[in-house]
Design a protein around this ligand. Structure first.
Ligand SMILES: NC(=O)c1ccc[n+]([C@@H]2O[C@H](COP(=O)([O-])OP(=O)(O)OC[C@H]3O[C@@H](n4cnc5c(N)ncnc54)[C@H](OP(=O)(O)O)[C@@H]3O)[C@@H](O)[C@H]2O)c1
Length: 332
C-alpha cells in the first residue's frame, strides 16, 4: 500500500512517501480502508520525536481518520465489515489501510459523508471532553476560545455555543475571526491586540470569562490569567504558539482560579497507562452525541482544504504557516 513513512525522527519535510506492506491484522482490531486522514498541528512534533508519545520506528503517522471497514478480528463484536467509521489511531492513518483497536473505532451513519466526519473523534472529541468532562461548562457561562479558527479551537467554539455558553473568540486575522463568528462566536478579538484583556473585561461586565480554552499558550495564556473570572477555569490544551508559559500562582489564589491540564489522549490509550477500555463507553456516547449534532445541523465540522495523500508536506505546511482554518485533510 502507499503510505507516508517516518523512518527516523525528522522534520516533516523529510518524511518518505512509499510502497510498504499493509499492517497485519491483530486481535481486538479492525482493518480500515482509509478515505481521509486529518492533519493536525501535533504531527510536526510527533515525527520529530518531540511529542509525549513516541512510536517505534519506522512508523506511519496519522492519528485521526475515516474510512470503510474491510476486515474485523473474530473477537470484535461491535463493528462489521462495510461499516463507515471514524477512528482515533495510535498512529498509521496516512496510508491506504490501517489496523486499529476496535475500542477507538466509531461507526457513523452513512448519511454523514466521511470528509465531514473525520474530525469528530479526536478534534471534536478533544474540545468536547475539555468543555464537558473537565471544565463542566454550563449554559450562560462565558467561554473564551483562543486559536478559535484552528482545528480544536473552532470545534470548541461550536461545542461551547451548543452547550449554551456565550463564546468570545480570539484569532490572528480578520478572516479567522469571520470563520469563528460564522460558527457561533458572539464576539471576536484579534489575538495580537494589546487591549485584549480590557476587551474581554468589557464584554463580561468587568467580570472576566468563566472558562478559557487555550490551545496556543505563550502570551495568550498570560492574558488569560488576567481576564479569567473569579472561580473561572483555564483549560491548558496546547502550545501551538511555541512557548510553554510559566505560572505565578498568586493570581490563582487571589481569584480562586482553576488551571486544568488536559490531555484527550489519556482517554484513548495514549496516557502513561492504557485507559482506552476504561473510557470506551463514555467515548462512544460522546461520538453518538456528535454524530447526532452533525445530522441535526447543529455542528458543521469545517475542512479548509483537502490534499491528495502524496501532497502531505503541503498540507502540513498550511498548518505550520497558520493558513488553515478548521481541519486540513489528506484524501487517500
Ligand atoms: N490537549 C489535547 O488533548 C490536545 C488535542 C489535540 C490538539 N492539541 C494541541 O492543541 C494545539 C492546536 O492543535 P490543532 O490541531 O487544533 O492545530 P491547528 O489547527 O494548527 O490550530 C492551531 C492554532 O494555533 C494558532 N497559532 C498560534 N501560533 C501559532 C504558530 N506559531 N504556529 C501554528 N499555529 C499557531 C493558530 O491560530 P492563530 O493564527 O489565530 O493564532 C492556529 O489556528 C496544538 O498545540 C496541539 O498539539 C491538544
Amino acid at each position: 500500500m502507499r503510505a507516508v513513512v517516518c523512518e527516523e525522527w525528522c522534520d516533516y519535510h523529510d518524511l518518505k512517501f512509499k510502497e510498504i506492506d499493509p499492517p497485519q491484522m491483530k486481535e481486538g482490531c479492525v482493518r480500515i480502508k482509509i478515505r481521509y486522514a486529518a492533519v493536525g498541528f501535533a504531527v510536526s512534533l510527533f515525527v520529530a520525536g518531540k511529542y509525549q508519545r513516541k512510536p517505534p520506528l519506522p512508523f506511519v503517522p496519522g492519528i485521526e481518520a475515516a474510512g470503510v471497514v474491510s476486515e474485523v478480528a473474530p473477537d470484535v463484536r461491535r463493528i462489521r465489515k462495510g461499516d463507515h467509521v471514524v477512528a482515533v489511531l495510535d498512529w498509521g492513518g496516512f496510508a491506504e489501510e490501517a489496523v486499529v483497536t476496535a475500542e477507538t473505532v466509531y461507526p457513523i451513519p452513512k448519511e454523514i459523508d466521511l470528509a465531514t466526519a473525520v474530525p469528530l473523534p479526536l478534534t471534536y472529541g478533544t474540545s468536547y471532553g475539555a468543555l464537558h468532562w473537565r471544565a463542566r461548562i454550563i449554559p450562560d457561562q462565558t467561554l473564551l476560545v483562543h486559536g478559535a479558527a484552528g482545528g480544536v479551537g473552532l470545534a470548541a467554539v461550536e461545542l461551547g455555543r451548543l452547550a449554551g455558553a456565550r463564546v468570545i473568540a480570539t484569532a490572528s486575522t480578520e478572516a479567522k475571526l469571520d470563520m469563528a463568528r460564522e460558527r457561533g462566536a458572539e464576539h471576536t478579538i484579534l489575538s495580537g491586540r494589546s487591549d485584549l484583556i480590557r476587551q474581554v473585561k468589557e464584554l463580561t461586565g468587568g467580570y472576566g470569562a468563566n472558562v478559557i480554552f487555550d490551545p496556543v499558550g505563550g502570551d495568550l495564556f498570560e492574558a488569560s490569567l488576567r481576564c479569567v473570572a473569579p472561580e473561572g477555569k483555564i483549560l491548558i490544551v496546547g502550545f501551538a504558539g511555541g512557548r510553554i508559559p510559566q505560572v505565578t500562582t498568586n493570581i490563582l489564589l487571589v481569584k480562586n482560579v482553576e488551571l486544568i491540564g488536559y490531555n484527550f489522549g489519556y482517554y484513548v490509550g495514549w496516557g502513561l497507562t492504557d485507559e482506552r477500555k476504561r473510557y470506551g463507553e463514555r467515548n462512544r456516547a460522546m461520538m453518538c452525541e456528535l454524530s447526532a449534532a452533525v445530522l441535526a445541523g447543529s455542528i458543521r465540522p469545517a475542512v479548509s482544504r483537502r490534499y491528495p495523500l502524496e501532497r502531505f508536506v503541503e498540507a502540513i505546511d498550511s498548518i505550520m504557516e497558520r493558513r488553515s482554518m478548521g481541519r486540513v485533510l489528506l484524501e487517500v
